[in-house]
Design a protein around this ligand. Structure first.
Ligand SMILES: [Zn+2]
Length: 470
């Protein structure tokens, strides 16, 4: 039977079938499969699929113009009806689900395999990949959930089928827009990370309407960007960690702030669309739907970070660039809280440490900026940026003395915790630049409603960089 196997191609195709048939794959009947087979035979004969299917199933019968009716029929019977035939003799297991295989496949049937003539020896001496007819059937529906991004199919996989279904459903609607925009060519779009993260964020948003008990638990989700059109398979995964999904699912509790961060990161529609139209009319290429052409700088930055298995440092840079925002001296209330939540969920920073940073900033704001015996000049070094670690520590120790004089002691232990230092001799605070930035923005946020704000120097802009330790 058709089922989720852990293979991205089989699973994406299974999700498409579930969405089309509006029932779980465990309830599929032979009649359901026959009706879907009839439908897809007609669909894939459309001109728009011909060129696009080449990058899915190299040299498949759907894309060959001069194929004989017999060969075409044999191909279609193999991919859509093998599940009816008896198991291979001698028996071999399906590479995807482990059930008895009924056929052997090559790259014209399944992506990322080699060609029929290239593979001269396979398991059991017969060339090709042993496959059951059900997995092969499902794979033939996966293109319906793929976008053509930078010339390669882009689609979803996750451990939890509920996530595959939701993400695939979202992409399937994008595919419908592409099909509606042109009947000739399947439009190519850009920016895989933007396409993936935008879809994923909308799916996370949609969970709000699902009763709490029925929401799928959050786990990592994976965008797959692959083809074997070239001489060898070209396979890339963009992993989106569950931490980002957790962040998204609660970002709304910080008011409209996150929406604004995301909205401001979109490339302007008009400019992008105009540029694209020009290019495409020159090259006579299909025009993609406008909502699928723009880049989102935040999504691209996150996607680039997730390429590395340890993306925490990169996520800290993103927090500074996109979340710790100010306009001149003005920082909107809640800015630091949102950034802290992002740093906790996506950059893996400990809550305790983030709280220590905020407490230091609040103490400085309350006593030295807003307090009766305030001394705005004492915070100026933080505004003339950027201090090196030694300077930053010296400044904090001066602040500590002033606060102590005012009867509001700042414990040095919390300074060490804020900077993630083991002791006074430790100089490994690699991300002290982030601490400086968090303190600065928090000070501005606290001073935003006060007249003192005008007395503060305007912070100098600094390029995003990690700084030096000495
Ligand atoms: Zn199988």
């Amino acid at each position: 039977m058709i089922r989720y196997t852990g293979n991205p191609y089989v699973d994406a195709g299974t999700a498409v079938l579930e969405l089309r048939l509006q029932k779980p794959c465990s309830d599929f009947t032979d009649g359901d499969l026959a009706s879907q087979a009839e439908w897809i035979k007609q669909e894939y004969r459309k001109k728009i699929w011909r060129s696009y299917l080449t990058i899915h199933f190299t040299n498949c019968a759907w894309v060959q113009h001069k194929i004989s009716p017999e060969k075409e029929q044999a191909y279609i019977a193999k991919v859509l009806e093998s599940y009816k035939s008896s198991p291979l003799d001698p028996r071999r297991s399906c590479a995807f689900c482990g059930d008895p295989a009924n056929t052997v496949a090559d790259r014209s049937h399944i992506p990322l395999l080699t060609g029929e003539t290239v593979m001269v020896a396979g398991a059991g001496g017969e060339p090709g990949l042993p496959t059951c007819g059900y997995c092969l059937f499902a794979i033939h529906f996966y293109p319906l959930a793929t976008l053509k991004v930078a010339g390669r199919p882009l689609f979803w996989w996750a451990f939890n089928p509920e996530w595959i279904r939701r993400l695939t459903d979202r992409f399937r609607r994008d595919v419908d827009k592409v099909l509606a925009a042109s009947t000739e060519q399947f439009a190519n779009v850009d920016w895989p990370s933007t396409r993936l993260l935008h879809a994923a964020r909308e799916v996370v948003d949609g969970l709000e309407n699902v009763p709490a008990g029925r929401r799928p638990s959050l786990g990592d989700i994976i965008g797959i960007h692959a083809t074997n059109l070239g001489t060898q398979p070209n396979y890339e995964e963009i992993r989106i960690p569950s931490g980002l999904l957790e962040f998204w699912s609660e970002a709304g509790t910080f008011g409209p702030l996150y929406r604004q961060v995301e909205a401001d990161a979109w490339e302007t529609r008009e400019r992008k669309v105009r540029k694209l139209r020009k290019q495409q009319s020159k090259a006579k290429k299909a025009e993609p739907p406008p909502e699928l052409v723009r880049r989102n700088r935040l999504f691209e930055a996150l996607g680039n970070a997730f390429v590395s298995s340890d993306y925490r440092d990169e996520a800290k840079q993103i927090a500074v660039r996109y979340f710790l925002r100010r306009s001149g001296r003005y920082a909107t209330s809640g800015t630091t809280a949102l950034a802290e939540f992002f740093l906790e969920k996506v950059a893996g920073m400990e809550k305790q440490r983030l709280e220590a940073i905020r407490q230091i900033a609040d103490l400085i704001a309350e006593e030295l900026i807003l307090g009766k015996s305030g001394n705005v000049r004492s915070v100026e070094p933080l505004f003339r940026r950027r201090m090196k670690l030694g300077e930053f520590l010296r400044w904090l120790s001066q602040i500590q003395r002033r606060l102590s004089d005012l009867g509001r002691p700042l414990s040095w232990d919390s300074v060490l915790l804020a900077l993630d230092l083991a002791g006074d001799e430790d100089r490994t605070a690699k991300d002290f630049w982030l601490v400086e930035e968090l303190v600065l923005i928090r000070l501005l946020e606290r001073a935003a409603k006060s007249d003192v704000l005008a007395e503060l120097p305007e912070p100098e802009a600094v390029p995003p960089e990690t700084g030096t330790t000495e």
